[in-house]
Write a protein that binds this ligand. Structure first.
Ligand SMILES: [Zn+2]
Ligand SMILES: [Zn+2]
Length: 347
């Protein structure tokens, strides 16, 4: 059996199909799993991505040459058959399925499934795809990462917001502009008070709404000069605003951070915020295990975090396992993208 995906200096490459998946250097043909900055980079000649993510991709990369494919729709590329399947990570996120001469490989991109059985409320849920070889992310691939049911986390956020509103102070909740912000919006109780967002968040809200995702009404912080309006408000902003002049108007706010990393002891204190909510767009440890089992794959290749721990666990399960070294980051590039958008929008 041949290798359907290999490592190249430009990124993960499919030899029979002659395309790259989320390449980090400019290439002729890029298949993009989702629009986070470490996966969707500028400079490729041609892009292919799942249709629900087209708006977000264009919002981030401008006027690119983009072919949008519906989930599950197959196309022939070279000798290979390619299709995209929901990954549950962010709007338009996709796993890439490649079939060639009877063999099937799937590259997951980033995905969300949780041992608690939750789906991401703000996009199509992760769909297990049977394959011979599965390339999995492993951002939270350690046994300490186990997400609680999301409704419990949303209830915590609501209770925090309600208590702040009763005390007349704004609730400033930090989360990445693309994915996390909409995830928060989709789950909170919008009857508690008005919701305001930072200027880096609203273009992505717009793309989500245009794709048919129901989000509560949001207003730009820059649209109000009336401090009283903010007293019972939830304000969602990217973490890059921490320590910037933008936060000055929220001197009396309670602040919080929403991220899977908040499960780490000390993470909240290091960010210097009042509260940490454990809300992730990535699979937890049981979620990764379930997702890998559901593929039926006999071979698994691990990318993007804690590879050694995951590879050892897979080998203990009797699977053939290895790792690819990629240039997909933690969310560092997205923080940079948020910062750029923040500057561009003057908000
Ligand atoms: Zn991502
Ligand atoms: Zn990633």
């Amino acid at each position: 059996m041949g290798e359907l995906i290999v490592e190249r200096p430009e990124g993960l490459y499919c030899p029979p199909g002659d395309f790259y998946i989320d390449p980090w250097r400019p290439v002729a043909r890029a298949v993009i799993t989702h629009a986070h900055a470490d996966h969707a980079r500028a400079g490729h000649a041609h892009y292919l991505a799942a249709a629900p993510g087209a708006g977000v991709l264009r919002a981030r990369l401008g006027d690119i040459s983009l072919q949008a494919l519906a989930y599950g729709e197959g196309i022939d590329h070279g000798g290979a058959r390619l299709s995209l399947h929901p990954a549950g990570h962010v709007l338009g996120s996709a796993q890439v399925r490649i079939e060639y001469r009877g063999e099937v490989w799937v590259a997951s991109g980033d995905y969300f499934v949780s041992g608690a059985g939750d789906d991401n409320l703000s996009c199509a849920p992760f769909e297990p795809v049977r394959c011979d070889c599965f390339i999995t992310e492993s951002t939270f691939g350690l046994p300490i990462y186990r997400w609680r049911p999301q409704r419990e986390v949303y209830a915590e956020i609501d209770a925090w917001w309600r208590a702040n509103a009763a005390a007349g102070r704004p609730s400033l909740l930090l989360g990445y502009s693309f994915g996390k912000a909409q995830r928060i919006l989709a789950g909170v109780d919008a009857s508690i008070g008005p919701i305001f967002v930072h200027g880096a968040v609203e273009p992505l809200n717009r793309a989500y709404r245009e794709a048919g995702v129901a989000l509560p009404a949001t207003r730009l912080v820059s649209e109000t000069s009336d401090k009283a309006e903010l007293r019972n408000a939830l304000v969602i902003a990217p973490p890059s605003v921490l320590g910037s002049a933008w936060t000055r108007r929220f001197a009396d706010a309670s602040d919080a951070f929403a991220s899977g990393w908040m499960q780490l002891r000390g993470a909240r204190r290091r960010q210097g915020v009042d509260r940490g909510f454990v809300l992730s767009d990535h699979a937890d440890w049981p979620g990764l295990q379930n997702a890998i089992k559901a593929t039926g794959a006999s071979r698994v290749i691990v990318t993007h975090g804690y590879e050694a721990v995951m590879v050892r666990w897979l080998q203990e399960q009797g699977l053939e396992a290895g790792a690819f070294s990629t240039e997909y980051g933690d969310e560092a590039l997205d923080v940079a993208a948020d910062a750029t958008a923040a500057v561009a929008s003057h908000d």
